[in-house]
Design a protein around this ligand. Structure first.
Ligand code: PRP
Ligand code: URA
Length: 209
């Protein structure tokens, strides 16, 4: 089974409580989603390999560690993943970005693809797929299927809030994918919304309905 990392640092829990609150408006919601993603990126990148280089400090020559040129692409699932991707890119600005456009059909809850643009060298890159909500898991599973069909191997999935159903679905379909979440909620309602969740992430980020 794919490993699930629950990143429940107090700062993340605090910020998550504010975005769950129905009275939080889009501006604050966007800022906090970005901040939480940046904080999560700290853990998501924990296994990045280091290499030793020689540098010259103002005092002496020293051996110092730097990230060993790992090639990364951050891939938001449109549209709600966009703001999270910005938060992650703050810590790894040299990463490339790909975009996968999927929306969930409100009746069937099945993901519908409408856009895809990925880095040309995606087979050489590790992918960090980002989407704030992992509900039924249909969108994340479809996005990962899509990347694997194009030859990507190392994939991590980063979400703010997950339902147990969504985690189980991704683990079943993609046991090699590590999942990072800030919270695991109770369950889904009859419309596939996470309970208690935060509502529709895309609508709250962009002020749509
Ligand atoms: C939301 C969310 C995920 C998906 C999760 O997107 O951002 O992509 O639903 O649900 P699932 O796990 O059941 O697939 P939505 O389809 O509302 O599109 P949007 O980002 O354009 O608002
Ligand atoms: N998509 C959302 O934006 N929120 C949910 O709770 C489920 C799917």
């Amino acid at each position: 089974m794919g490993c699930v990392h629950l990143i429940d640092h107090p700062l993340i829990q605090h910020k998550l409580s504010i975005i769950r609150d129905a009275t939080t408006g889009p501006k604050e919601f966007r800022e906090l989603v970005e901040e939480i993603a940046t904080l999560m990126a700290y853990e998501v990148t924990r296994d990045f390999p280091l290499e030793e280089v020689e540098i010259q400090t103002p005092i002496a020559t020293a051996k110092a560690k730097v990230i060993a040129g790992k090639k990364i692409a951050v891939v938001p699932i449109l549209r709600a993943g966009l703001v999270m991707a910005d938060g992650i890119m703050k810590l790894i600005p040299a990463a490339k970005m790909g975009h996968i456009g999927l929306y969930r059909d409100p009746n069937t809850l099945q993901p519908v693809e409408y856009y895809c643009k990925l880095p040309a060298d995606l087979q050489e890159r590790d992918m960090i797929v980002v989407d704030p909500m992992l509900a039924t898991g249909g969108s994340a599973t479809a996005a990962i299927d899509f990347l694997k069909k194009r030859g990507t191997k190392g994939i991590k999935l980063v979400c703010l809030i997950a339902a147990p159903e969504g985690i189980a679905r991704v683990q079943q379909a993609h046991p090699d994918v590590e999942i990072f979440v800030a919270a695991i909620d109770e369950r889904l309602d009859d419309h596939g919304y996470i309970i208690p969740g935060l509502g529709d992430a895309g609508d709250r980020l962009f002020g749509t309905k």
